[in-house]
Write a protein that binds this ligand. Sequence first.
Ligand SMILES: C[S@@+](CC[C@H](N)C(=O)[O-])C[C@H]1O[C@@H](n2cnc3c(N)ncnc32)[C@H](O)[C@@H]1O
Length: 268
Amino acid sequence: MNMITIKNTQTKTNRVNPVFTDLLKPDVETVFKNDLYQNKVYLKDEYVKTKDKDDETPYFEQKLTYTKDGRLMDERGYAVMMEWEDEIMKRQAEIICRNGGDILNVGFGMGMIDTYIESHRPRTHWIIEPHPDVQKKIIEDGWLKKPHVKVIFATWQDVYKHLPKFDGIYIDTWDEVFYEFHENIENILKPDGIYSYFNNPRDDEHGLHTDPAEYQMLEHKMNMDFEAFEIDWVSDWDTQSPDGDERYWDPTWTTYYAPVFTLKQEYR
Ligand SMILES: C[S@@+](CC[C@H](N)C(=O)[O-])C[C@H]1O[C@@H](n2cnc3c(N)ncnc32)[C@H](O)[C@@H]1O
């Protein structure tokens, strides 16, 4: 069995007490914070605004749909992942698999990057995914049957302090604050390991999908390189969201800046 199950003993006021198999570090704690399920403090302002609407269902409780034309949509009609991002995932997989070895991908979505990671024949391939509909897809597509694939059904916030070290890490969970993930990065990245993330260029002209505090911390710890390449096509606004709501990816952004980060010597 290569799936890690977290038994959720959450009550209204208690935090979650997950129970892990032996795949995580032996010193694993039994009490984790799980704020994401409870109050969404990790979500960025823009997203929180829509979450605050009375009729809004939290993301993890929404029904997601895999469409026939290659999109993963939430129940309001907003894209979670889209087929046109395939080229980005291919390049991102190539970057994090440059050293081979043990690879971590956070956020399965449509499994594009995970499929490309497999083509690089990693020693182990770890996937973290908390959404029940995506978990169902992971199971249906047979990922749990691959002996070298370890699937963790949880948020990264649940488990990030208890992961082993990896040769390559990619995170693409969309619209979260990654401060704690980056704060802990040297504890889960091997000395020569490569870290990368989904880099939506909307945040600033340099194409950095990080807020200033996160960026400062990364800059302090890591050698930061970006490999720029052109994207052949981006699908139109109307396939990305309902009512022409423009907040996913501007079709005029055709350059992608793939982060290639390694630890500075003093953090190795
Ligand atoms: C944009 S999709 C990832 C797409 C993926 N890179 C691919 O190649 O198909 C984002 C995924 O992250 C998952 N996710 C959202 N919040 C998460 C969290 N806190 N921890 C782990 N995964 C999360 C979502 O359920 C979704 O499956």
